[in-house]
Design a protein around this ligand. Structure first.
Ligand code: SF4
Ligand code: FES
Length: 240
């Protein structure tokens, strides 16, 4: 069966004074929003700008706002949207490069501030100590380590939208993973950063917007809550 839809695409800069361009697109039933964007770009308007790389939900580059919700274009079947009008806009809160392609610089600026790199306790160890999946760290970290840095959670968060200093859910989740890791030596430094009254976990209002949009199913709100508990009750903080 074919799907006949209207793609409403945000334009930046505006085209002939209009903020949206509309395209009538015919798709096969299984096709995604990314397929629709390619149909438009290859068959109707080659100037349309968007980003993608892997096309299978692995790289995080194709996140856009689809019918007002941040999603991966390559992993969003058009049929599942239940609408014959598909509005595609850039992720909010990021500088727009062209049409729906944004710069993730604000996301990665915060990511870097959270000290995402592993800092080994034993710098002279010949190899990294292996940690079994069923260890306390394995159980705590398992559901939290699949972030593909798509930026959707940062875009959905109502706090990042009003406070550019806030680290945001993905950076906090990444810092938590390092804090949980018994091989890492920089937990104290990270907890100090996360404890900031202006940019740390206390800015989170527990609205679950980030968790709702994460394409990897990471419970970011829970991660932020775990850090809050660690700061309030350091000895009891993390339980598998
Ligand atoms: S935590 Fe989820 S929504 Fe946020 S950047 Fe990572 S994959 Fe994307
Ligand atoms: S193109 Fe890689 S996640 Fe969509």
């Amino acid at each position: 069966m074919e799907l006949n839809i209207t793609v409403r695409l945000a334009r930046h800069p505006a085209r002939e004074g209009r903020r949206f361009s509309e395209f009538a697109v015919t798709l096969e039933e299984r096709m995604t929003v990314l397929d629709a964007l390619f149909r438009v770009q290859r068959g109707m308007d080659s100037s349309v700008g968007f980003r993608c790389a892997c096309r299978v939900g692995m790289c995080g580059t194709c996140a856009v706002l689809i019918n007002r919700v941040p999603r991966l274009a390559c992993s969003t079947p058009v049929k599942g949207l239940g609408s014959d009008v598909v509005t595609i806009e850039p992720l909010p809160g990021y500088p727009v490069i062209k049409d729906v392609a944004v710069s993730l610089a604000p996301f990665f600026d915060q990511w870097r501030r959270a000290l995402p790199a592993f800092r080994p306790k034993d710098r002279d160890a010949p190899a990294l100590v292996r940690i079994p999946r069923d260890s306390p760290f394995g159980r705590l970290a398992g559901p939290k380590r699949d972030c593909i840095t798509c930026g959707a959670c940062h875009a959905a968060c109502s706090i990042t939208g009003t406070n550019a200093a806030y680290l945001g859910p993905a950076a906090i989740n990444k810092a938590l993973l390092r804090i949980l890791d018994p091989r890492d030596a920089a937990s104290g430094d990270r907890l100090k950063i996360l404890d900031s009254q202006t940019s740390g976990v206390w800015r989170c209002h527990t609205q679950f917007n980030c968790t709702a949009v994460c394409p990897r199913g990471i419970n970011l709100t829970e991660s932020i809550g775990q850090v809050k508990r660690a700061l309030l009750r350091p000895r009891k903080a993390f339980q598998a």
